[in-house]
Design a protein around this ligand. Structure first.
Ligand code: ZN
Length: 177
């Protein structure tokens, strides 16, 4: 296309101009620097877009699961009600609904954690409030926010360990980490 050719020519003229201003003779060097810069911008934009897509996917899954949970609660309520009204024993149905509810709740919790992670937030294990990733204590209930450790063994700081000696509560919390 003639337009692209013109743009290319224009770009080259700009690079020559920059080279003149910078009093650099390595025009190709400047060109490479510019291209590297452009590539970084593209990579950054691409990563951002992935994050946004991923986040909206997670939010969609979360709302689907919430709907599912609501409908399971409805079914459970209706099963309990009909059991109360008649002699009909719904216990099996109630048990299976309850375990389904448990599964959906766990899946929902997992997704909420992923969303919080994407948003660089931390969920309070006690009340579920969203806190800043760097927060040590929950801003809603004051619960200590412990870092979730994926590693098999927690690394205990010796200084910290001796500090918490004699304090049962702190020791217990450290053990939970
Ligand atoms: Zn909390």
């Amino acid at each position: 296309m003639a337009y692209n050719g013109d743009t290319g020519g224009e770009a080259l003229r700009v690079i020559h101009m920059i080279a003149t201003v910078l009093e650099r003779t390595d025009t190709m060097g400047i060109f490479e620097d510019l291209m590297a810069g452009a590539k970084n911008v593209v990579d950054y934009a691409g990563k951002k877009t992935d994050d946004v897509v991923e986040l909206s996917k997670l939010k969609y899954q979360s709302s689907q699961l919430s709907n599912e949970l609501r409908s399971l609660y409805e079914k459970l309520g209706s099963a309990v009600y009909s059991m109360m009204k008649s002699e009909y024993d719904n216990k099996e149905l109630i048990d299976s609904l309850a375990s389904e509810i448990e599964e959906v709740k766990n899946a929902l919790q997992e997704i909420s954690e992923k969303i919080a992670e994407k948003k660089e937030q931390k969920l309070c294990p006690a009340c579920g409030a969203k806190n800043d990733k760097e927060a040590f204590y929950c801003m809603k209930c004051g619960n200590r926010l412990v870092q979730v450790q994926q590693d098999d063994a927690p690394v205990v700081d010796e200084e910290k360990a001796s500090e918490s000696d004699g304090c049962a509560e702190e020791k217990e919390q450290a053990d939970q980490q």
